[in-house]
Design a protein around this ligand. Structure first.
Ligand code: C2E
Ligand code: CA
Ligand code: CA
Length: 727
């Protein structure tokens, strides 16, 4: 707005002044001849000259050839010449934009029109140029003179062009928002509207809260304002919400604008929508960490996961396993059928590998036909190698399944068979480096390759030995079940009067080469391989049968048999049916069969467990809680479960005389059982002193070598006879 007013201003005043001066000049000329009146008029002229000379604008009179006849002080100042110098020049000399001919032409036009206002460039004495605004009047009546005012507008032009640049910049690609000191939006640009969906009218008058998404908490915004206060600037990634509700990421820069007094006057925010960049970033990320063919983590990400797994295992004290795999004869397929077919196989293999592991485990592709699997959360000790081996075996089976591959040259499908060599190494702490582990797994993998492919090898020789002997044991166990190489041993349980009230049935494996094998050696494996189910059935049946036989003889009619039941066995949905079926088949008398359970197996699915126990109890079966004191021993579930007896674990009994803690625990168990109306039995009683201590403290029953070792049926019965004869 200022420019037109200004132009109007200079043109109006200048024209008026020029008219007056022209007239005065005319008068002056005439007065020259009239000597008398001259003095008076000269005074008036002097006054006006004074006005002209004190004007801030430059003033100049020329003749029609452009020769300078008069100038004021401002003209000298603006152009950098002395008055005398200027009076020696012509208009064309100071004109920098037009040539002498153009200047002459312009002057002729002005003579026709009578006046002209224009902008041009003048050259100062020092050679520099200035932008000027000129207003010229031609008065033919006054000796054909030009009267001109000019003004230096260089600075104003500069500001104008800067404003123009700023206006263009404001409408640039970046979204912009200007707020006042209270963060009320004053102005937004087109790009802002484009990004946010809010038109200027929607946004102006609101605060930027309008754009807030719920992705940041109050702390985030507090941090933003804090940094603005402190440094006058905030820059970062922020999630905002568009008008249509869609959240989006943007790169935001907020700058504080302060006035001369140093007080905040405005905030200027520039923003770029970085949705696309984020997408690109995630694509780059995918390229950097994932194998493009299979989408599996690549070596880099795998090493990272391995490091995490090491830290995790160190913390949890659980083992992890690193499995290195290499497909057998992949190169042949690739070379004969082409890479396209090879790729199909690799993709299918990667799908199968992923299907073969649990969620927290990692499957990665190192390149070519090399894959890596990282298993985490394996057993704390002992069984980790077996668990890893089980996964390896499962993976081998999955890989061995036939593949249907599309072969373009045959225009059809071909069936392909594949196998894999697996090298395994276990880890449990952070002391082994990832490089070392990779080396070990690789070594094991080459052992597997050279052992004839489709095989699996451990790096650690002991682990390999354990796994191999376990494999041998498993096959022997299967054949032992088939050939019925098991016998039941019976160990007496006595009451306070040392009267035998029952027995615990303990299984023994009579191995054709090794002789009697104790359950500690094969029960865990049987539990791991489900072989515990036929074994468990077998011993239950033996007990049911024996109880029926004993019921027919007065010296054994009162005896009960306690049978150990494994978690796996008890969890079978038809467990109750099986037990009751066996009792019916053998005519087992009610109230003589006792099942020994352990605490840990009663923890999950409590409702279902209680239901099972109730049904069995209703048929006269009782329950004893084995190894009591070593597990959770939670009072709340003890009250819930229909238990009849607690069995104090032998570790406490063993130490009851020399470890006050063990004695306290044993006594507490007895008190606890009695307070719940349960019976207590102590196992592993070996000395009369232990027996006395327990009896003194109210323990109901005892079991242990002191009263009899586990014996085969005939020996047990013989001992029982001897025992009763002695009494
Ligand atoms: P458990 O149920 O705690 O059995 C008690 C173990 O302590 C038995 O070992 C028994 O022979 C032993 N023992 C008894 N008295 C004494 C003693 O005075 N001193 C010492 N040091 N030991 C004594 P066993 O027969 O080797 O059985 C070991 C474990 O195998 C059993 O522990 C039980 O958990 C399991 N087991 C045995 N038979 C079966 C079965 O038929 N089914 C299932 N599921 N597990 C069984
Ligand atoms: Ca037991
Ligand atoms: Ca026990």
């Amino acid at each position: 707005m200022t420019a037109p007013i200004y132009l109007w201003g200079i043109s109006a005043t200048a024209l008026a002044l020029l008219a007056v001066l022209a007239i005065l000049w005319h008068w002056n000329v005439r007065l020259k001849k009239e000597v008398d009146a001259r003095k008076r008029f000269e005074e008036i002229i002097e006054q006006y000259r004074e006005v002209v000379h004190t004007s801030l604008d430059g003033f100049m009179i020329t003749d029609i050839s452009g020769a300078v006849l008069d100038v004021n002080a401002s003209a000298c100042r603006i152009l950098g010449y002395s008055r005398a110098e200027l009076l020696a020049l012509r208009a064309a000399d100071i004109e920098a934009k037009k040539s002498a001919e153009e200047t002459a032409l312009h002057m002729r036009e002005m003579m026709e029109q009578g006046y002209s206002q224009f902008e041009t460039v003048h050259r100062r004495k020092d050679g520099s140029t200035i932008q000027v605004e000129v207003s010229i009047l031609h008065l033919p009546r006054l000796d054909d003179r030009f009267f001109g005012f000019f003004r230096d507008v260089t600075a104003r032009k500069e500001v104008e062009s800067q404003l123009r640049i700023a206006a263009i910049a404001f409408e640039a690609q970046e979204g912009m928002m200007v707020t006042d000191a209270n963060a009320v939006i004053l102005q937004v640009n087109q790009a802002f509207t484009h990004i946010t969906g809010y038109a200027s009218a929607d946004a102006v008058g609101h605060t930027p809260r309008l754009l807030r998404s719920d992705r940041h908490d109050d702390d985030f915004y507090a941090g933003l304002w804090g940094s603005l206060k402190l440094s006058g600037r905030w820059q970062g990634e922020i999630w905002n919400r568009r008008k249509d509700g869609e959240p989006y990421p943007q790169w935001l820069t907020i700058t504080v604008v302060k006035d001369r007094a140093g007080l905040v006057s405005h905030y200027v925010a520039t923003m770029t929508d970085i949705t696309q960049r984020k997408l690109a970033e995630s694509e780059i990320n995918a390229l950097a960490f994932y194998d493009p063919l299979t989408g599996l983590p690549n070596r880099r990400l795998m090493l990272d996961r391995l490091r995490q797994a090491l830290t995790g295992s160190d913390r949890s004290r659980r083992h992890g396993a690193l499995m290195m795999m290499d497909l057998d004869n992949f190169k042949i397929l690739n070379d004969t059928q082409g890479h396209d077919v090879g790729d199909q196989l690799l993709m299918e293999v990667s799908r199968r590998l992923q299907a073969g592991v649990r969620e927290g485990d990692t499957v990665a592709r190192l390149g070519g036909d090399e894959f890596v699997v990282i298993l985490v959360g394996l057993d704390k000790a002992g069984f980790a190698a077996m668990q890893a081996e089980a996964v390896g075996v499962k993976i081998q089976a999955l890989i061995n399944e036939p593949y249907e591959l599309t072969v373009s040259s045959h225009e059809g499908k071909c069936i392909h068979h594949c196998s894999v060599s697996i090298g395994i190494t276990l880890f449990q702490d952070q002391h082994t480096s990832t490089e070392e582990l990779m080396k070990r797994a690789d070594t094991a993998m080459y052992k597997a390759k050279s052992a004839g492919r489709n095989t699996l090898r451990f790096f650690d020789p002991e682990m390999q030995a354990a796994v191999s002997s376990r494999a041998a044991l498993e096959s022997q166990l299967r054949s032992a079940i088939h050939h019925q190489q098991f016998v039941v041993y019976y160990q007496p349980q006595v009451d306070g009067a040392r009267q035998v009230v029952g027995v615990e049935a303990l299984i023994r494996w009579v191995h054709p080469d090794r002789g009697v094998v104790l359950p500690g050696e094969f029960i865990p494996l049987a539990e791991d391989t489900s072989l515990i189910l036929p074994l468990g059935d077998w011993i239950l049946e033996a007990a049911c049968q024996q109880l029926k036989t004993w019921a027919l003889q007065p010296e054994t009619a009162q005896l009960s048999i306690a049978v150990n039941v494994s978690a796996r066995q008890f969890r079978q949905t038809d467990f109750v049916k099986r037990v009751l079926g066996l009792m019916d088949r053998w005519g087992t008398p009610a109230g003589r069969l006792k099942l020994e359970l352990t605490e840990s197996m009663l923890l999950d699915n409590t409702t279902e467990i209680i239901a099972k126990m109730r049904t069995l109890k209703s048929r006269g079966i009782s329950f004893s809680l084995d190894d009591f004191g070593t597990g959770y021993s939670s009072l709340s579930y003890l009250k819930l479960l229909p238990i009849d007896q607690l069995k104090i674990d032998q570790s406490f009994v063993h130490d009851v005389l020399n470890d006050p803690n063990a004695a306290t625990i044993a006594c507490s168990i007895i008190a606890l059982a009695h307070s719940l109306g349960l019976m207590v039995i102590a196992e592993g009683v070996e000395t009369p002193e232990q027996s006395d201590f327990l009896a003194r403290n109210g323990c109901d029953h005892c079991q242990g070598y002191l009263f009899g070792k586990p014996l085969p049926l005939s020996e047990f019965e013989a001992q029982l006879r001897l025992y009763s004869e002695q009494r």
